[in-house]
Design a protein around this ligand. Structure first.
Ligand code: NAD
Length: 277
């Protein structure tokens, strides 16, 4: 079984970023906006900062207390959104319930919305219009498939999960690549059959090792977006990777797979935002 390494894909994106950086007259700056001290957000923030800086890009964190009022947060967010020094924004979500997240999605400048949360960018993803930003993780899935020359046209692809962050947008991006897409979720009746009938499975359920080789057709490709913790406290995906040998033709590991590519896509989007200015 071929291991689809995120690093190889990320390195390719780094090359693109370096070349494009040379053509710009300024270093693009990413604003990471975080409310509160959620350890998962902080870990993602650290990873993204390290990656983007290693790509030669500028990153600044804007951190607000968990109990900030809706009004104060919107005021601060407006300033970041309108700051000419800020090329792109990554908002760590979910926000505390006291803040109206929908309002922020509507506020964010679509040209700075690197993770595709504004209704305009979402509509573009669903319309197959590539002039906006799609959610970085969804695009990371397409990046890994393309980097390893895995054909999508006409292929039966099953997507597990229907969130707005991964499942739905990745299904739309796959359709744009002419795949035959089946979307599944918690109410799907026979998930095992729907997955094992597919030539490619993309899973974003957030359930540790939920899919074993029974969910994988012979020589199918398994792309694991899940980031979970197993019974021993170790990081793992939705797929029980160890069971895939002899069944899958290729699969992404966790860690070291899609997650590594997500922050590289964020860097790519920052460059694209800089070029839009
Ligand atoms: P979510 O909880 O919003 O959505 C999960 C989806 O999976 C839902 O649509 C649900 O219907 C489906 N699902 C859950 N259990 C299922 C089951 N037993 N059978 C069928 N469908 C099931 O989660 P999300 O934000 O989309 O994230 C999904 C996973 O991807 C998480 O593990 C998350 O940590 C990971 N993630 C990774 C990255 C990355 O950079 N690699 C980015 C975002 C999310």
């Amino acid at each position: 079984m071929l291991e689809l390494r995120g690093k190889k894909v990320s390195d390719g994106i780094k090359e693109y970023v370096s070349k494009e950086l040379e053509t710009l007259t300024f270093v693009p700056k990413l604003a990471i906006v975080r409310v509160g001290e959620n350890p998962d957000d902080m870990s993602y923030e650290r990873g993204a900062t390290k990656k983007l800086k290693s790509f030669g890009l500028d990153v600044a964190s804007y951190v607000f207390p968990q109990d900030i009022s809706d009004e104060d947060f919107k005021k601060a967010f407006k300033d970041i959104n309108e700051d000419d020094e800020v090329t792109g924004i990554l908002l760590l979500r979910p926000l505390p319930r006291t803040i109206n997240e929908k309002d922020i999605e509507n506020m964010i400048d679509p040209k700075k919305d690197l993770d595709g949360i504004s209704p305009i960018n979402i509509a573009k993803v669903f319309a197959g219009d590539t002039t906006g930003f799609s959610p970085c993780t969804a695009e990371a899935v397409i990046e890994v498939l393309k980097a390893y020359d895995i054909e999508l046209t006409g292929k039966r692809v099953t997507v597990v999960g229907r969130s707005m962050v991964v499942g739905k947008p990745v299904s739309m991006l796959l359709l744009k690549e002419n795949a035959t897409v089946t979307m599944t979720h918690t109410r799907t009746v026979d998930l095992k059959k729907t997955c094992s009938d597919a030539e490619i499975v993309i899973t974003a359920a957030g359930r540790a090792k939920m899919l074993n080789s029974d969910y994988c057709g012979q020589d199918a490709v398994m792309i694991d977006v899940g980031i979970n913790v197993d019974e021993n406290g170790k990081l793992c995906g939705d797929v029980d990777y160890a069971t895939l040998d002899g069944k899958a033709s290729a699969a992404t590991p966790v860690p070291g797979g899609v997650g590594t590519i997500t922050t590289a896509v964020l860097a790519k989007h920052l460059i694209q935002a800089a070029k839009m200015r």
